[in-house]
Design a protein around this ligand. Structure first.
Ligand code: NAD
Ligand code: DAU
Length: 379
């Protein structure tokens, strides 16, 4: 078991990052270290999601503080160097990314910048800070696949099942499936995965990598399928379904994903990649149908009436048909398994969005960005 002391979480104000940070502080008693959350606060970053953690664990100026926030970009090497030195970082969990496929189709450039160049910058700074060099510190680091690193350091990269491309009616993605990304988003994530593995094979950097299926749960930005549908149902708005609605995704409740990452960090083998999935394939239209039943029951409404708001719209260009994950490796090797049944996760998610209208309204009004504007000016 690794002991992680100073974890640099990048993209900690996004959906999965927020859930990860909350899990570590609230539900992981064996974690006694510090978290340094580095986030550029793009449209997807919401600092208000961590207010409670900030209050409880992040009294910045006090030595006993365990949570720190740094506004910054993972592409900024100088900024990364400063953070590594300031907090004596021994662990990186790289969530920071542009993550929405539709946005990647409309504007791919930031995807290449953050997902590819950002991951490169992080890897290179981690190598520079962690590699034990016996040579002249002003010279480039010696290059060797057997290079020595500070004991216990680890770089974990969070990636997606979309790097494997699209499946037909049968079959599953395994860790040895060939990479065949098909959207600008998945191509940029695939590139980042290759860089991570290259830094391991060429420079010996201790890395782990995970490729996860579709997550859902609290704090997800309401442009993704499940939160978008829930909110539209609650507000009586149209439910836009791409194409024939029969594209298949493998869904996993976010808590199960964050627990899997913690498991890999604690005992995953370096240089290895692990697939994470819910073993829970669903057609989009089937999910929408399940959501309709849950929402109707909770608001005392008629499912048929909500169903009437479904609108089949133009398909996403290059829309991958089916994803399905074989996660035998993480189950057998590390003892992880999914705990939240899909229906239970879905009901909890609906309840969360119903109970957190302030969080939703702050996004809608732009208020969730006031903190950035007040502290750093309009960006
Ligand atoms: P998200 O879009 O909700 O959050 C991304 C976060 O990264 C935001 O807080 C944003 O401000 C920050 N960020 C963006 N660019 C940055 C930069 N240049 N520097 C620093 N911070 C930056 O994403 P998410 O859904 O939480 O996904 C997190 C990670 O998990 C991503 O790497 C994504 O590819 C991967 N992933 C997501 C899913 C999913 O279903 N959501 C599934 C598998 C893997
Ligand atoms: O598979 C993991 C990936 O899952 C992650 O790597 C991505 O970061 C994450 O965004 C997600 O990608 P998807 O494209 O699968 O998620 P999204 O919620 O955008 O769409 C899910 C499915 O629903 C997809 O088939 C497209 C469809 N869809 C989506 C939206 C937003 C609709 O039919 N209507 C919609 O309005």
């Amino acid at each position: 078991m690794r002991t992680l002391k100073n974890i640099l979480v990048t993209g900690g104000c996004g959906f999965i990052g927020v859930n990860f940070i909350r899990r570590l502080f609230k539900h992981t008693p064996e974690f006694t270290g510090r978290i340094i959350n580095l986030d550029a606060l793009t449209y997807a970053g919401n600092i208000t999601s961590l207010q409670e953690i900030e209050k409880e664990f992040g009294i910045d100026s006090k030595p006993e503080s365990r949570y720190f926030f740094e506004l910054g970009d993972i592409c900024d090497r100088q900024g990364l160097e400063t953070i590594f030195a300031k907090y004596n970082i021994d662990t990186v969990v790289n969530f920071a990314a542009e993550s929405h496929v539709d946005r990647s189709i409309l504007g791919p450039e930031t995807f290449v910048k953050t997902n590819v160049m950002g991951t490169f910058a992080l890897l290179d700074v981690a190598r520079r800070r962690w590699q034990i060099s016996t040579g002249d510190p002003t010279q480039p680091l010696p290059v060797s696949a057997d290079a020595e690193y500070t004991p216990g350091v680890i770089f974990h990269h969070v990636s997606t099942d979309e790097v494997y491309g699209s499946l037909g009616e049968s079959g599953f993605f395994t860790e040895t499936s060939p990479y065949e990304p098909r959207s600008p988003y998945s191509a940029s994530k695939a590139a980042s995965d290759h860089l991570v593995m290259a830094w391991h094979h060429t420079y010996g950097l201790p890395v782990t990598l995970s490729n996860c299926s579709n997550n859902f749960g609290p704090f997800q930005f309401p442009e993704k399928l499940i939160p978008l549908m829930i909110i539209n149902m609650l507000e009586g708005k149209p439910l836009p379904v791409y194409g024939d609605g029969k594209n298949i995704r493998d869904w996993l409740y976010v808590d199960d994903h964050t627990r899997a990452i913690w498991t890999i960090l604690s005992k995953g083998r370096t240089g290895e990649k692990y697939n994470i999935g819910g073993e829970n394939e669903r057609e989009n239209i089937a999910i929408i149908d399940e959501l309709i039943e849950i929402v109707a029951e909770k608001i005392n409404g008629e499912p048929q009436k909500i169903r009437g708001t479904i609108q089949f719209v133009k398909d996403r260009p290059g829309h991958d048909r089916r994803y399905a994950i074989d996660c035998a490796k993480i189950k057998e090797e590390l003892g992880w398994q999914r705990e939240t049944p899909f229906e239970e996760g879905l009901a909890k998610t609906v309840e969360w969005y119903m109970a957190n209208t302030t969080w939703i309204n702050r996004i809608r009004s732009g208020e969730y960005r006031y903190w950035v504007e007040e502290n750093y000016g309009r960006r």
